[in-house]
Unconditional design. Structure first.
Length: 251
């Protein structure tokens, strides 16, 4: 929802700046409409175009890196869950209750991911209790031989890795693009769009062009911001690895 509101606000700023400039420029004093003044306005607009292009490039690269990093971490998280389940199976029937808690946790993760939650691994109390329950069960096991002892230690280490990966994903869900950078970019783009209406003829074609241009630029920035938050919006990290992990656990 926050990304949608940001996109709508950006569209209002860009389209509003161009339309307001289009309406008020005719009321400027004559010496403000000379060719020299127009040339300086165009030079300033070109400067902001270059700076905006650089910032947009940085934002796209940052959002892309964030998306790819989280996507990779989701695959790693799913793999860790499968490996933990395999280890618990090797221990024997005594670890079945731990496997049931693990399956319940993965089912909850899959349910939240398909419900368009803000994060695939919501750090809520129930999920934490399920993982803690697995740790308590592992700690309460009484190995009867060296093999079970080794499996118990391996499962404990894998559980700690799962917990660590869960919190990494939860922390990464907030995005990495600073809000002041977005605000600065929007300010530059607003000035650029305001320059569009300077000495432009007032007709339906110009108004339509300003509105469409503002909408497309706002949509592009919206998608960049959305990609920086990969667990919500139209561009999301696929929950398929977690769904495959659940299918493996329930076999």
């Amino acid at each position: 929802m926050g990304e949608v509101l940001a996109g709508a606000a950006i569209f209002a700023c860009l389209a509003g700046a161009s339309l307001v400039s289009l309406m008020v420029h005719a009321h400027f004093p004559t010496h403000h409409l000379q060719d020299d003044t127009s040339a300086v306005v165009r030079l300033a607009a070109n400067l902001f175009v270059v700076m905006s292009s650089l910032v947009l490039g940085l934002m796209i690269n940052s959002a892309k890196n964030t998306f790819e990093a989280i996507d990779g971490n989701v695959h790693t998280f799913a793999t860790d869950l499968i490996m933990l389940d395999r280890t618990l199976r090797h221990y024997g029937p005594e670890a079945d209750s731990a496997r049931q808690s693990l399956t319940a946790y993965v089912q909850r993760v899959v349910d939240t991911s398909t419900a368009d939650s803000d994060t695939t691994v919501v750090p809520n109390r129930l999920s934490e209790l399920l993982l803690n329950q697995i740790g308590d069960i592992l700690a309460g096991l009484a190995p009867t031989d060296a093999k079970q002892t080794a499996v118990q230690q391996a499962a404990t280490q894998q559980l700690q890795k799962v917990i660590e990966q869960r919190w990494i994903l939860a922390e990464q869900s907030e995005g990495a693009i600073p809000a002041p950078l977005i605000a600065l970019l929007v300010a530059w783009l607003t000035l650029i769009f305001a320059s569009f209406g300077f000495r432009a003829p007032r007709n339906a074609t110009i108004v339509f062009t300003c509105l469409i241009s503002g909408a497309l630029v706002a949509a592009a920035i919206y998608l960049i911001i959305d990609m920086d938050s990969p667990f919500s919006g139209p561009i999301q990290v696929s929950p398929a690895p977690l769904q495959r992990a659940l299918a493996e656990l329930t076999q």
